[in-house]
Ligand binder design. Structure first.
Ligand code: KG4
Ligand code: ZN
Length: 343
């Protein structure tokens, strides 16, 4: 079964062709980063207008790279939410139009489920239920993944997402946008024990996260210096901040793994590209006999191959959408397939 995946939830317009949920025949991502850079963050109205311009060329390019046309496609999977509603609607309108015109079935995919589904392309063995952490610019959410299409939320950020904290700290240090990859690079030359930034572990049993206090601690440290930090200090701030984020994520996820008695952890989303995060999660996993896996970096940041994979498994269980499908910005309990909160 060949699926056309479409993703437009934030600032990437993406399309991919995925065969049987296993083989990526093409994956095209048109990033809007250069458009939003001068504002230091995503401007929703600009993002949706740009998706309108990019969506059809990106789909055409995905078909071209896979050397096929729409007649060879068996179904369409499109990100339904959570995300920017104006942006999501562009992908959804494209999916509906193609579905109607070519008489193809289509399905709506939860963006966070899609981030986790990226692992199905590379992991040789998965033991359900496993723990899945999605860390991105918009989300820090911890799930128990019960199957390839069902996840239960067991923890989430109460304020900033981890990627958002990376981007805001990079902005206050004047490093550029998006900040995650820049901080990752600078941290390699910094001292991660230079500044003891706080690790918000919240209540002893809590699996929730909080990163806004850490961001404020960085701001206060910089302000307290009274002068612009030197390049050496910037590298130390970056490394110490990154260490605090990674420590917090590692503590919470392994706390959850013990509680849930799972032997497998998947970390996905843009922040899962982070080199220190990969290193520390792998070390901690080895020391307590829990296997930790990450999708390859190109499948961690937003892409449509992950949507095609998630869509394949939704099609397998007959989860089809009709033309009334609508976008949603946030997920309420049970508001869409693939996701629920623990009550
Ligand atoms: O998954 P993604 O592409 O979009 C969302 O769904 O939000 O994630 C983007 C986020 C941005 O906040 C970016 O700064 C962060 O992922 N990111 C990183 C790294 N690469 C991307 N954060 C830390 N280290 C990285 N190497
Ligand atoms: Zn994402």
């Amino acid at each position: 079964m060949k699926i056309l995946g479409i993703e437009s939830s934030c600032d990437e317009t993406a399309a991919a062709i995925v065969e049987d949920g296993q083989k990526v025949l093409s994956s095209v991502v048109a990033s809007q980063v250069s458009l939003h850079r001068k504002y230091g963050g995503v401007v929703p109205e600009l993002a949706s207008r740009h998706h309108v311009e990019a969506i059809l060329p990106v789909i055409q390019e995905a078909l071209l790279q896979a050397q096929m046309d729409l007649k060879k496609i068996d179904g369409i999977a499109v990100t339904q939410g959570p995300g920017l509603v104006g942006s999501l609607l562009v992908g959804i309108a494209a999916a509906k139009s193609l579905s109607f015109a070519c008489n193809l079935p289509f399905t709506g995919v939860n963006h966070l489920l899609a981030h986790v589904a990226a692992i199905f392309l590379s992991a040789s063995h998965l033991d359900f239920p496993f723990l899945a952490l999605v860390v991105s610019g918009g989300h820090t959410s911890l799930f128990r993944a019960e199957s390839r299409t069902r996840m239960t939320l067991i923890g989430r950020t109460r304020d900033d997402a981890a990627g958002e904290a990376f981007d805001k700290v990079a902005k206050l240090l004047d490093l550029g946008y998006p900040g995650g990859a820049i901080i990752d690079r600078l941290s390699k030359e910094g001292n991660r024990s230079a500044i003891p930034f706080p690790r918000a572990l919240l209540e002893p049993e809590s699996l929730d996260f909080s990163f806004s206090g850490l961001k404020t601690a960085v701001l206060n440290w910089v302000k307290g210096k009274g002068e612009k930090p030197s390049p050496g200090q910037i590298r130390d701030i970056a490394a110490s901040f990154q260490e605090a984020v990674v420590d917090t994520l590692v503590s919470k996820v392994f706390r959850a793994a013990r509680r849930e008695r799972t032997r497998q952890v998947v970390v996905a989303g843009g922040v899962a590209c982070n080199s220190r995060l990969r290193e520390k999660f792998s070390q901690e996993g080895e020391s307590c006999g829990i296997s930790v896996c990450f999708p390859p970096p190109a499948l961690c940041t937003d892409n449509a191959a992950m949507v095609g994979v998630a869509g394949y498994y939704l099609f397998q269980e007959g989860s089809l959408a009709d033309l009334t499908l609508n976008a949603y910005s946030r997920m309420g309990a049970g508001s869409a397939s693939g996701w629920k909160t623990e009550s």
